[in-house]
Design a binder for this molecule. Sequence first.
Ligand SMILES: [Fe+2]
Length: 664
Amino acid sequence: MTTILGISAFYHDSAACLVRDGEIIAAAQEERFTRVKHDHNFPLLAARYCLKEAGLTAEQLDFVGFYDKPLLKFDRLLETYLDYAPSGFRSFLKSMPLWMKEKLWMPDLIRTEMAKANGIDDERAAKKAGKKFEWKLLFGDHHESHAASAFYPSPFEEAAILTIDGVGEWATSSIGIGKGNEITLLKELRFPDSLGLLYSAFTYYAGFKVNSGEYKIMGLAPYGEPKYAALIKDKLAEVRDDGSIRMNHEYFSYSQGLRMTNRAFDRIFEGPPRRSESKITQREMDLARSIQVITEEAMLKMAAHAHKETEIKKLCMAGGVALNCVANGRLLREGPFDDIWIQPAAGDAGGALGIALAIWHRYLGKPRTSPEKAGTWVNGTGGAGGPRRGSLAGVLVPPVNYAPDARAITVQGYADGMKGSYLGPQNSVSEIEAFLQTSNAPYKKYSREQLPEVVAQFLSEGKIIGLHQGRMEFGPRALGARSIIGDPRSSEMQSVMNLKIKYRESFRPFAPSVLREHVADWFELDYDSPYMMLVADVAAERRRQMSDEEKGLFGISKLNIKRSEIPAVTHVDYSARIQTVRRDTNPLYWEIIEAFRQKTGCPVIVNTSFNVRGEPIVCTPEDSYRCFMRTEMDYLVLETCVLDKKDQPEIAEKTDWRNEFKLD
Ligand SMILES: [Fe+2]
């Protein structure tokens, strides 16, 4: 038996992942345990959880892998600072002590932290104990870790690989090939030219937090017009035919400063960056649309180039920019690839998983039997070439045995290695009951068989429900294990959920969870999107025609128009960020939606992450109960225990909890 712990840390979204004999046993982000969003510290608690899930202590590990190479990154920082000296001196001084302390002495630090994960709290004792570990410590390249996270868990035997993010050591995008257990990276785009940093520069300029508010830009884009796209391409970033971009660094300051953009940037867009929390205007919407359009163009071109270089019809993706599900949806519809699989933890958290799998397959040379090669089709329509897009509609599929307890079925009916990304902690009913009893929280316990019907009834009455069941998701999306759910047919649901539950801007759309069997009847998509990584339009026959007066509306005033039969999940341009749900991947979630469909004829529900604005997604029953009590949710489902808000005692909090979380 070989056990490997993968770690990503010290940039943003620290995470740990445990792989045993090539199987992903556990993976989680540190933020879920520390309750600090995008926590970048060593993932002590996540590592501790992973060890516990595997029944191991830190001594018993064979390998520990770190997702990038700190010395190479240091080399890039130093060189960049020297290039721009003395203008970047302030940020140089600010970041160097951290580098010296944490990053350059990484091997020692990792050993000490692993001793702490083992339960030794005292720093000196941990340092001493850390030196005695016999496991081998290995470092991967940042983009190789992303590439490994994209390819190894994918269902494909052979695929083109595309990784796109802000920056790792030097690379900002890479193109490669995965075949069997081998990954070969063919090309890379290097810092400071970076599609991810270009997008982040606009996130910053529009007044949102970098490395966290990017998805708001994507959500805001449909309200705007691409007014600035030509200007951006003319002045800021040339998009070449191969998808590489060349940026004009006169307008950016991320190489030398703490800001992303500079005064020259302000001049061409005629004003300073929007102040965080100030009113969002049409200008931000137009900027968002403009940068989104350019990102889509670059991604489509990059993908076309990757296809040309590899001549393979399947694509795997990872890196923060692969979370741009609007671009991904276009890639599936318009791109050269027949099949696309995207790592759900596409950002740096997924690097922990990538390095662990890379040690198993690349370093140790262990073979990889892809589901595609093993022929584990699940719907009986496999064979030469396999079923094409659309062939799975209406087919209920039996479970498949890929890895020992694999439950995930993704692209075109192939199992992948991610187990639905349900890789985090789970709570037993007895544990939950003990917590509820000590908290004096009244609840009603149902049988597992009764539960879907009970929850579906609440949904059909317009109630909003916190759903905490099964293992917590790995990656930024809630996929029905730690989700808030509601009825998408209600025209008020979007604003109620935004304002009374999430306490956030009203422009943000919600995502639908839809039964895989029915997705094509409700959306312009007939493809697996288990990780909410694809955006497609609501089906034409489900849309509502707008009056001429409504068509003439601009910007945010479009928000309150009922656009379809499922307005709560229909964006202003009719698009939706879709999660398809299969029974074998998440049985309870599937059964809840199916029970709702039987009641209402609608196989779609609203799914938003179980948290309030700025808070990491809930992890424990305590987190869920606290969030439930602080918001206007009607019911809380903790496995088979159901709590009605009306029955709960008042909880008195000394301070305003809204100040607890930094806004993103
Ligand atoms: Fe990255």
